[in-house]
Design a binder for this molecule. Structure first.
Ligand code: NAD
Length: 260
C-alpha cells in the first residue's frame, strides 16, 4: 500500500453521487452516508439537494450539497474542486444522474432530445469521471459505479435512452481496464422498474395512475413486486465497499428477475 493509500484508509471516504436530490440517487447517497462516507450530494441546483442532505445529517451522517449540471464540463470541474476542498478528495463516484424522455419511435426522436438524454447519462458520466479519477489515482483506491439500465439491452420506445445506457456499459468496461492498476474498480448497475419520479412520469404518459401502473408491472416481474430505490442503493453500497475490490467491469442487473 502506498503512503497515500494508507492515509486514505484512515480518513473518512468521500463519495460523490449525482442526481441525488431524489429517487435512486437520494437512496444511494443516504446508504453511502450510512456506510460511513462523507457524501457530496450533486444535482442541478444546490437547493434541490437540501432534503437528501438534511436526511443524512439528521441521522448523524456527513453530507453537503453541490449544484451542477453534469452535462456542463466547466460546472462539473468546479463542483469537483469544491467537493475536494470542502469534504476531502473524492474516491467513490456514483454516476446516477439521468433523464428519461417520451416514448418515441426513431423517426420522431429529435436531435435535441437525443443530445439531452445522451448528454446527461453518458457525457455527464464522462465529465465526472475525468474530473474525479486524479483523486482516486493519487489515493491508489477508487470505486466508480455507473447507473445503466435494463434498457441498455434494447427499449421498444427510446433509442436515445437505450443508447446512452448501453454506452455506459462500454464506458464502464474501458474504465475497468484503464484504472484497475490504480486500485480503482468500475462497475455498472442495470435497474429494472424502480419506483421514482421517472417511472411516475412514464405511467402518466400511458394514462395510468401510478399505483395501478405498479400493480400491472409487478405481475411481469418474477419476484412479484416492483423495485425500490433502496434495492439499487444496496447494490451500490456493495460495489463501493472495500470488499468488492476484485469485482470490476461488471454490469449487475437489479430487476427482480426481469430480462429483455
Ligand atoms: P429521477 O428522475 O427520480 O431522478 C433523477 C435525478 O437526476 C433528479 O434529481 C434530477 O434533477 C437529476 N438530474 C437530471 N438531469 C441532471 C443533470 N443534467 N445534472 C445533474 N442532475 C440531473 O430518476 P431515478 O428513477 O431516480 O433515476 C436515477 C437513474 O437511474 C437514472 O440514470 C435513470 O436513468 C436510472 N434508471 C432508473 C430506472 C427506474 O425505473 N426508475 C430504471 C433504470 C435506470
Amino acid at each position: 500500500m502506498t503512503h497515500a493509500a494508507q492515509h486514505a484508509a484512515h480518513t473518512q471516504r468521500v463519495a460523490i453521487v449525482t442526481g441525488a436530490a431524489r429517487g435512486i440517487g437520494a437512496a444511494v447517497a443516504k446508504r453511502l452516508a450510512h456506510d460511513g462516507m462523507a457524501v457530496a450530494v450533486v444535482d442541478l441546483h444546490e437547493a434541490d439537494c437540501a432534503d437528501t442532505v438534511d436526511a443524512i445529517k439528521d441521522s448523524g451522517g456527513t453530507a453537503a450539497a453541490f449544484g451542477s449540471d453534469v452535462d456542463d464540463e466547466t460546472a462539473v470541474a468546479s463542483a469537483v474542486a469544491r467537493i475536494a476542498a470542502e469534504l476531502g478528495p473524492p474516491t467513490v463516484l456514483v454516476n446516477n444522474a439521468g433523464i428519461g424522455g417520451p416514448n418515441l419511435g426513431v423517426e420522431e426522436t429529435s436531435t435535441r432530445q437525443w443530445d439531452a438524454v445522451v448528454g446527461v447519462s453518458l457525457r455527464g458520466a464522462f465529465f465526472l469521471t475525468r474530473a474525479v479519477t486524479p483523486y482516486m489515482t493519487a489515493a491508489g483506491w477508487g470505486r466508480i459505479v455507473n447507473m445503466s439500465s435494463i434498457s441498455a439491452l434494447g427499449d421498444a420506445g427510446r433509442v436515445d435512452y437505450a443508447s446512452a445506457k448501453a454506452g455506459l456499459i462500454g464506458f464502464t468496461k474501458s474504465l475497468a481496464f484503464q484504472l484497475g492498476g490504480h486500485g480503482i474498480t468500475a462497475n455498472a448497475i442495470g435497474p429494472g422498474f424502480i419506483v421514482s419520479d421517472m417511472t411516475r412520469v412514464a405511467a402518466q404518459r400511458r394514462g395510468r395512475g401510478f399505483e395501478e401502473h405498479q400493480r400491472i408491472v409487478a405481475q411481469t416481474i418474477p419476484v412479484g413486486r416492483v423495485g425500490r430505490p433502496e434495492d439499487i442503493a444496496h447494490t451500490a453500497s456493495y460495489l463501493a465497499s472495500p470488499g468488492a475490490g476484485f469485482v470490476t467491469g461488471q454490469i449487475i442487473y437489479v430487476t427482480g428477475g426481469s430480462v429483455y
